[in-house]
Design a protein around this ligand. Structure first.
Ligand SMILES: Nc1ncnc2c1ncn2[C@@H]1O[C@H](COP(=O)(O)OP(=O)(O)OP(=O)(O)O)[C@@H](O)[C@H]1O
Length: 282
């Protein structure tokens, strides 16, 4: 087992309120596999993944309980120094908006080199490696593009650069947090294809975070559906898609846009029915 998360709870405390963002969830991930965490905005997907590398504010602002084992080592028990070896090197992140991950004042080549240098003693010939990485993520004319600034690239290309930076340290787990939400549908398909290809070639595991069940089909081995801080359904993707059990999962699946199908109006999530089901289950 590569990653095992047990009874994870995350709470945000402010002077005025306490928000229990994650309420005791457990899941695991094997090497080379893909887990999709699906749920609507605010359900706790992002904070779950960020807690793994302690990217959340420190206590008392944010309190994290439970355990997360990476190859048997509890991530929450690591010192700041040990944690630096995990961040980027073992768990890397790709976020929704590529521009926020890239510095506008440096060329994309320099930024990938920086990512390569971060965990490396031998820093010779980084340019050749960087160009290789650009090729790996499907950027044509990689030698020429190496010298581009982010603003000279399209959104899809920038996201490819961010993926190249994430790959620089050959992570065991790539967390892709809404990696295509800011992109056009055709570019979305290309980025998903790239991630799939890289997973097969590089053998890394992926945690895909999304609100969109449409991109999960054919991509993730397993899916965990999050609703208000809990995992309400978890299983093999095909099974969940073909026979969803929870009302909330059914509602999310009804929201998948079907190609060529005209909808009069978007389906509405029936929260009252979900609340009834939750009550009956408790
Ligand atoms: N830094 C923070 N301070 C206070 N509350 C936070 C913070 N980050 C997240 N939260 C709260 O935690 C809850 C879960 O947020 P999270 O970002 O994980 O949701 P999500 O499912 O990933 O949604 P989204 O797709 O909108 O990011 C939300 O109620 C959010 O307001």
């Amino acid at each position: 087992m590569l990653l095992e998360v047990k009874d994870l709870k995350i709470r945000f405390n402010s002077r005025h309120s306490k928000v229990q963002a994650v309420k005791g969830i457990s899941f695991s991930l094997d090497r080379g596999k893909t887990l999709a965490i699906v749920g609507e905005s605010g359900s706790g997907k992002s904070v779950t993944s960020m807690s793994l590398s302690r990217l959340l504010p420190p206590p008392p602002k944010c309190e994290v309980e439970g355990a997360a084992y990476l190859d048997g080592v509890d991530l929450f028990g690591l010192s700041e120094r040990e944690l630096r070896k995990v961040r980027g090197k073992r768990i890397a992140y790709v976020f929704q908006e590529p521009s926020t991950s890239l510095n506008p004042y440096f060329t994309v080549g320099a930024q990938i080199e920086e990512a390569l240098k971060f965990h490396r003693d031998d820093v010779s010939d980084l340019k050749a490696e960087t160009v290789e990485l650009l090729k790996k993520v499907g950027i044509r004319d990689a030698e020429k593009r190496y010298g581009d600034y982010p603003h000279q690239m399209s959104g899809g290309m920038k996201q490819r650069v961010v993926i190249a930076m994430a790959l620089a340290c050959q992570p065991d787990i790539l967390v892709a947090d809404e990696p295509t939400t800011a992109l056009d549908v055709t570019i979305e398909a290309q980025i998903m294809e790239l991630l799939q290809e890289l997973r097969e070639r590089e053998g890394m595991a992926i945690i895909l975070i999304t609100h969109n069940f449409g991109i999960v089909d054919g991509f993730a081995d397993e899916v965990a559906v999050m609703y208000r801080g809990n995992i309400v359904e978890h299983g093999e993707t095909e099974k969940v898609l073909s026979a969803p059990q929870h009302e909330y999962t059914k509602a999310l699946i009804r929201c998948i846009p079907l190609l060529g199908m005209k909808r009069e109006r978007l389906p509405v999530v029936d929260y009252a029915a979900i609340a009834e089901e939750e009550e009956a289950a408790s």
